[in-house]
Design a protein around this ligand. Structure first.
Ligand code: NAD
Length: 387
């Protein structure tokens, strides 16, 4: 019996070199002429806002800038930016940056029209009033937050990292301009690029994948595998930057419906307590999660091995699938990711608690191989040591 599938994507995608020069047009199309830009200090200092500001000035759009979003952002940035939004009577929000800035912008848009605190809206489908219009402008090629229905928010004192979710916080417009990613430092390009690759890979093998997301996952892996080494080692290679931005976008179009796996289950507790950047957690965990998953999705991993240029002729199915693990380890090493969890301060005796917290993630259920907390402990043990 054939299954029923749905694929919905309400966000307008505006992609290409120079796309940011059209920001004012996109603001006006959403009925606003007064916006708050939400970003972080690194993005602000890099000068990538210049094109956006020039466009807003030329288009007579009033704007103010909040540039203090923290990495692994918290409610604090949301509260401060909402204060600016209310003071300036802005009617739309533009998130410019990586996932930290875009997620904060999405949460600011929620709090522009809803009462209380952002933590009142955690989980999926709990937003009451339609948020303000949101434009997302990614400047890292990683999270794909410009087209997802999640926005992460944390509380550093309480080691909380959680998400607000709902169709309402899908950005109205995503402006993807590869030129804005040229200034991303090599180590950030590497980690965020592996986040995008992990999205593509985990959604490809996920139990929740469906024909549309599976095709998107496969294409995203192809683009990222072809471009990440160049983007991370030759930051000025605009062709590689463009493929990375397209790859991270398409990976998110896939995982938004196809869901993720165990690497992402680990990302929340490891990000919350140890402040390991999100992409770095995924890069460290992915090979060990793949190794664990091989028996449950062998044919898929053989396809991944082939896509990554491995020769699998004459090998048994498990040997061929295992080539994908070696290829991902090599990719990590080539872009400078050689650390293990130990290098980020994780202690062996803390692994059980980490595994228990990871086990609360919904990604446990979409991972291709069923798991127990003990299995997660064993995977994390292997990830303690670097490459
Ligand atoms: P990030 O937003 O924290 O940015 C990383 C660093 O890169 C920052 O220091 C920033 O200043 C710098 N940077 C960004 N663009 C730059 C540029 N063009 N030039 C110079 N420096 C630049 O990192 P991220 O990995 O993009 O986002 C991580 C966050 O996104 C985490 O909180 C993660 O949980 C979340 N996330 C959200 C989703 C979602 O669907 N909403 C998906 C995955 C991850």
């Amino acid at each position: 019996m054939s299954q029923l599938y749905t694929y919905k994507m309400p966000t307008e995608l505006f992609f290409g070199r120079g796309a940011a020069m059209h920001t004012a047009e996109k603001v006006r199309e959403l009925g606003s002429d007064n916006v708050v830009i939400v970003t972080d200090q690194g993005v602000y200092a890099s000068g990538v806002l210049k094109t956006i500001e020039e466009s807003l000035q030329a288009g007579n759009v009033t704007y103010s800038i909040y540039h203090d979003v923290e990495p692994e952002p918290t409610y604090k940035g949301v509260d401060e930016a909402v204060k600016l939004l209310k003071e300036t009577k802005a009617t739309a929000v533009i998130g410019v940056g990586g996932g930290s800035s875009m997620d904060t912008a999405k949460n600011v848009a929620v709090m522009g029209t809803n009462e209380g605190k952002i933590f009142d809206y955690l989980g999926f489908g709990n937003i009451k009033n339609k948020p303000l219009p949101i434009i997302a402008v990614p400047t890292t090629a990683g999270t794909g937050s410009e087209v997802t229905f999640w926005a992460v928010v944390g509380d550093k004192e309480k080691d909380i990292k959680a998400s607000v979710g709902g169709w309402e916080i899908m950005p109205d417009t995503a402006i993807l301009d590869p030129e804005l990613t040229l200034s991303v430092p090599s180590h950030v390009t590497a980690a965020t690029g592996m986040d995008a690759f992990c999205h593509a890979m985990e959604s490809y093998v996920s139990k929740a994948t469906q024909p549309v997301s599976e095709g998107l996952s496969y294409h995203a892996m192809r683009l990222i595998a072809g471009a990440l080494r160049k983007a991370a080692t030759r930051g000025d290679d605009i062709d590689a930057r463009e493929d990375m931005l397209m790859g991270s976008l398409i990976a998110a179009l896939a995982f938004n419906v196809g869901k993720l796996g165990l690497s992402h289950a680990f990302a929340m507790p490891l990000g919350a307590k140890y402040k390991i950047p999100h992409g770095m957690v995924n890069a460290i965990m992915l090979p060990w999660v793949m190794e664990y998953n091989l028996p449950a999705a062998t044919e898929k991993y053989i396809e991944v091995a082939k896509l990554l240029g491995e020769h699998v002729e004459g090998l048994s199915p498990m040997e061929a699938a295992a080539k994908s693990v070696e290829a991902v380890k090599r990719l990590n090493a080539d872009i400078g990711i050689t650390q293990g969890l130990k290098d980020w301060g994780v202690k062996e005796e803390e692994l059980l608690e980490i595994a228990q917290k990871a086990y609360q993630s919904g990604n446990i259920y979409s991972n291709p191989r069923s798991s127990r907390v003990e299995d997660l402990v064993e995977i994390a043990k292997k990830a303690m040591k670097g490459l």
